[in-house]
Ligand binder design. Structure first.
Ligand SMILES: NC(=O)c1ccc[n+]([C@@H]2O[C@H](COP(=O)([O-])OP(=O)(O)OC[C@H]3O[C@@H](n4cnc5c(N)ncnc54)[C@H](OP(=O)(O)O)[C@@H]3O)[C@@H](O)[C@H]2O)c1
Length: 395
């Protein structure tokens, strides 16, 4: 690709404006914004109105535009934009994890058929360069586990609850005000957003392509004050953890809240930060931390992808092409803490073993081992009066 590139951007919200800011403060990259497509022309914008259009074609069909940057908060429209751009042989950068996770196979096919790159570093952990590291550095079969805090918004909420005794609703409102939450906050609190990110990580870490419905996710919206008190008594915090790991040739994955003890590296990952622990056969533990949300930090990852395009970088999907023969399994035993009240109860026959049972007027809970297959299929899981969290001890 030529070294002085022209960009067509879709979206000028939190990330779009972040990209504008970082692009204008970075000297090392020769990229210029030609047009920005938005949805609501009546909105006041902080830059020259001449940049804006509501007509997609002005970007997609402009032969001068080399790179389309998709930063909108809609899924169907984003997929249409990205598909049309790739078909017109324009390289694409996106941060839209939901769109990527839902359309992974089609997006791979479009890249192959039109020989055009599609990069999406900002979609996983915003500013942490996870995808390129998984592709380039961990380009072999030695990686065994990726575990982390992948959602800045829920981490921000949980940090406020633990550090400042803030109520859930106020912490969420604060996260939204600062641009850390998705426009639809249920994507964050119900753990869908980190699940989409985990789906992308699974491809680059283990060469496994799954659909969102294949992975178990359980959010932070069942957590009660009594669960927070329990965590504090154990000198732990609650974190929303996404994990995928390999045992022999089988890979399991889930997203769930977990009690994280003080000695755990992820305990210190607070507020809008994300943290990722990678485990390899010989490298042992490696830890990445960085801002997982916010305009400028996400914009900087988008800019890094734009810069990578100037030296013709593209994902090779090394793990997929290595034919590693990994298969996905949900057959994994987890140790969980389950709290319940008001007549709601977990079905104890679903558990392989129960090591602690506590029942009192204020607080009922048990600690036990349960297979992920059983947990995912349990009806009691959806009761608002029941909360499930992983304990600190997971193999
Ligand atoms: N915020 C973060 O920290 C963060 C981090 C990582 C990844 N992401 C991802 O980045 C993307 C953008 O997030 P955001 O927080 O910047 O969203 P946002 O603040 O809600 O902004 C969305 C932008 O998209 C525009 N838009 C929506 N539908 C459109 C359409 N059909 N055609 C053209 N423009 C359209 C909106 O136009 P108007 O301005 O006219 O309304 C707005 O400018 C999302 O996929 C999100 O998941 C966000």
């Amino acid at each position: 690709m030529k070294r002085n590139i022209k960009l067509g951007i879709f979206g000028f919200g939190c990330v779009g404006q972040g990209l504008y800011n970082v692009l204008h403060q970075t000297k090392g990259i020769s990229a210029e914004i030609k047009k920005i497509c938005i949805k609501h022309p009546e909105k006041k914008r902080p830059i020259d109105p001449g940049f804006f259009t509501v007509n997609r074609e002005e970007i997609i069909n402009d032969p001068e535009i080399d790179v389309v940057v998709e930063l909108i908060d809609e899924v169907d429209a984003a997929f249409e934009i990205v598909s049309a751009a790739l078909k017109n042989r324009k390289a694409v950068v996106s941060a839209n994890k939901k769109m990527i996770a839902e359309h992974f196979t089609e997006l791979m096919e479009l890249q192959r058929r039109y020989s055009t790159p599609f990069l999406y570093e900002a979609s996983c952990c915003a500013s942490i360069p996870v995808i390129r590291n998984l592709e380039e550095y961990y380009d072999n079969d030695l990686l065994t586990s990726v575990k982390g805090i992948l959602n800045g918004s829920t981490n921000y909420i949980l940090s406020h609850i633990f550090e400042n005794n803030m109520a859930f609703g106020s912490a969420l409102a604060d996260a939204q005000k600062l641009g850390y939450a998705e426009s639809d906050p249920s994507l964050d609190v119900k753990a869908l957003d980190p699940k989409y990110k985990l789906l992308i990580i699974l491809v680059h870490a283990f060469g496994i392509i799954l659909k969102p419905e294949d992975i178990f996710n359980y959010g932070i919206d069942h957590i009660k004050d009594s669960d927070i008190r329990y965590a504090r008594e154990k000198n732990s915090r609650i974190k929303l953890i996404a994990r995928c790991a390999k045992v022999n040739n089988k890979v399991y994955a889930y997203v769930m809240p977990q009690l994280v003890s003080e000695s755990d590296t992820l305990n210190k990952v607070a507020f809008e930060y994300n943290g990722l622990l990678l485990e390899g056969a010989f490298s042992e533990h490696q830890f990445f931390m960085g801002k997982g949300a916010g305009g400028n930090s996400t914009g900087s990852a988008v800019l890094s992808d734009i810069s990578a395009l100037t030296y013709d970088y593209r994902y090779e999907y090394k793990k997929l092409h290595q034919r590693l023969n990994h298969s996905y399994t949900m057959d994994k035993v987890l140790e969980v803490f389950v709290s319940y009240n008001g007549g709601a109860k977990p079905d104890t026959s679903d558990f392989e073993s129960i090591s602690v049972r506590h029942e009192s007027e204020e607080f009922n809970y048990l600690v036990g081992k349960i297979n992920l297959v059983k947990l995912a299929g349990a009806n009691w899981l959806n009761e608002a009066a029941i909360n499930v969290m992983l304990t600190e001890k997971q193999e």
